[in-house]
Write a protein that binds this ligand. Structure first.
Ligand SMILES: [Zn+2]
Length: 190
């Protein structure tokens, strides 16, 4: 079937099989890793959950003042995981969950993936075992939990606080990876 000309963002893109990636938990954090070789341009996962005006540590901004995150019950589940890591690790292995895995995505300033609409897409080839990252400043205008980045990329921005805190040069360098609600801001610049 041909794509409808108005479907800039197909609602049901072809995603990699769910077992191509996995969430790994460490003491203080989670991360998302490739379990198969992922070619550049592949659609890794799709954002899902509840859309609201509330920012959380794990939400992803998908529009002006709009954020997507797992339903609150999943947040509670995550807290339980963090508080009882040992048990959580056990559970994770017994019942590997395939929902809301975007919440485990960490930031990098020269990442191997980016969001195109709600779909996480590989920016370059990703090898088996590699962690999958995206640049939080390509989705978030202003983050609820800023932090200092230690990604060691040549273009590392240091404090990650959101798109609004980047220099004009840094904002423009990201133009090909930006979500529409941020790209629009660049077009408003003199
Ligand atoms: Zn960095």
């Amino acid at each position: 079937m041909k794509n409808h000309p108005h479907d800039a963002q197909p609602s049901d893109p072809e995603l990699l099989p769910a077992d191509s990636i996995e969430v790994r938990h460490s003491k203080d954090s989670s991360s998302l890793h490739a379990l198969a070789a992922i070619p550049a341009g592949a659609n890794i996962l799709q954002l899902e959950g509840d859309v609201s005006a509330t920012r959380t540590r794990h939400s992803v901004q998908i529009g002006e003042g709009l954020y997507i995150d797992a339903p609150a019950r999943e947040g509670a589940r995550e807290l339980a995981r963090e508080l009882a890591h040992e048990i959580a690790h056990e559970l994770a292995h017994k019942t590997p969950f395939t929902s809301y895995r975007f919440r485990a995505l960490n930031h990098a300033c020269d990442p191997n993936a980016r969001f195109v609409g709600r779909v996480l897409q590989a920016r370059r080839d990703i090898a088996v075992g590699q962690e999958i990252f995206f640049d939080y400043t390509t989705t978030e205008l202003s983050m609820v939990h800023p932090f200092r980045c230690t990604c060691a990329a040549a273009n590392c921005i240091g404090m990650v606080q959101g798109f609004a805190y980047l220099s004009t040069t840094q904002q423009r360098e990201r133009s090909s990876d930006l979500q529409p609600h941020l790209l629009r801001l660049i077009s408003l610049q003199p």
